[in-house]
Design a protein around this ligand. Sequence first.
Ligand code: ATP
Ligand code: MG
Length: 487
Amino acid sequence: MTTFKELGVSSPIMKALERMGFEEATPIQAETIPLALEGNDVIGQAQTGTGKTAAFGIPMIEKLDARARKIQGLVVAPTRELAIQVAEELNRLGKVKKVRAFAVYGGQQMERQIRSLKDGPQIVVATPGRLLDHMRRKTIRTEHIHTTVLDEADEMLNMGFIDDIREILKAIPEERQTLLFSATMPKEIRDIATNLMKSPKEIKVKSKEMTVENIDQYFIEIPERYKFDTLNNHLDIHSPDLAIVFSRTKKRVDEITEGLQARGYRAEGIHGDLTQGKRMSVLNKFKNGRVDVLVATDVAARGLDISGVTHVYNFDIPQDPESYVHRIGRTGRAGRTGEAISFITPREMAHLKLIEKVTKSKMKRLTPPTNHDARKGQQQVTISKIVETIETKDLNDYHQAANQLLEDQDAVSVIAAALKLMTKERKDTPVKISSVAPISVKKANNQNDNRRSNNKRFQGKRGQNNRGGQGSRNRKGNFQKRRNRDK
Ligand SMILES: Nc1ncnc2c1ncn2[C@@H]1O[C@H](COP(=O)(O)OP(=O)(O)OP(=O)(O)O)[C@@H](O)[C@H]1O
Ligand SMILES: [Mg+2]
């Protein structure tokens, strides 16, 4: 166990960490912070949800001069949502020290960003394209930047931003410190490390598996045409607090979302064709619990940190094993537990084996729940609510009415009627999801060979925390006591 104090974190940041409910450092934080505070360039690799943001955020904020209203720290991230989220976390970390971070990304009015930049944030978190725009217009000046972070570097490479990254780094004063976080180390990222960083120290938090231990992984072998009803049944039985359903195409995301809504679920979809405003509003509704099911393409797979996601469904299995790791990593974060359920068509079973091999993890087989199971599951939800009410609520006011009812009716009928009234019965609106070709192993293999498959990249140990609700298994850990917070 390492405390932040032992790592040399100063008191304004200690205070902020306390407010955030962080009591001990995670392994990647324990290793990165001291090295970065000494001024080293650092390359960090650790599993999903293990606190990489604070690992680079804390040393960056330590080095900033809060009185100077100049950009001194820069974080480059692949997506807008991620840029916003990272800026939020940095603002929390920098609150007491009065350091401000501002997110800059495409799809938002340039003028508005320029106005906010004039307020003088010390940190800018940006997506590559928009950042370059600002740099060319000189609305972001780089001469005072002394710390630069590349978050999710491999994803920026996948998204075709590698030349942008090089251009950005070349425009920043050479004496800068550079911190790079990446799930994998493909050649292009290595090149950046060799050519644009100064003898970087590499940190890999050891772990056998790429996926975190506190996510229980399952698969259901199921023909394409039964996937949607199976998803419904599963949602009914487990009634997740928050669930993310990943699908392969934007079209299917729209169809699944509409289908779920038609069946009475509070679902919303998110993918790259939506406007920025819409994407933000969907994410916010999901974070606030006004939406229970988020249906998404891989845009939501990387880095997004939404606390309380209990279930991740791979409605369509991803092509790439690594994408599997990032998707399921949206649950089981900060030491909580989570479940990941992947739907695999019979022809994709070989692909499942490949994912298991690359990620060195094992998915347990589940039999597809039937409609009957689902109805029983829904009733069970009602029964639990009744039992909880008996245990926790004062029911005296209702006793007289209850007695009266029992004089005229038999007890079983009364309870059955109450159960029926309270149980959310599913609408049986027909839903059709257009089909996609199954993933063939050959294709997946090629891709895997080309891009990645070195396994030693994910690390970190996950901690524990009781998320409450159903099932709490697999606790090991690092984040021992974490305040229950919701974003
Ligand atoms: N030391 C800590 N104690 C408690 N909670 C923490 C600690 N460090 C980070 N967290 C919380 O853990 C969650 C995950 O952190 P973060 O998003 O930085 O993970 P990550 O490693 O970047 O994950 P990903 O690989 O998915 O990007 C966040 O909600 C963060 O606030
Ligand atoms: Mg992250």
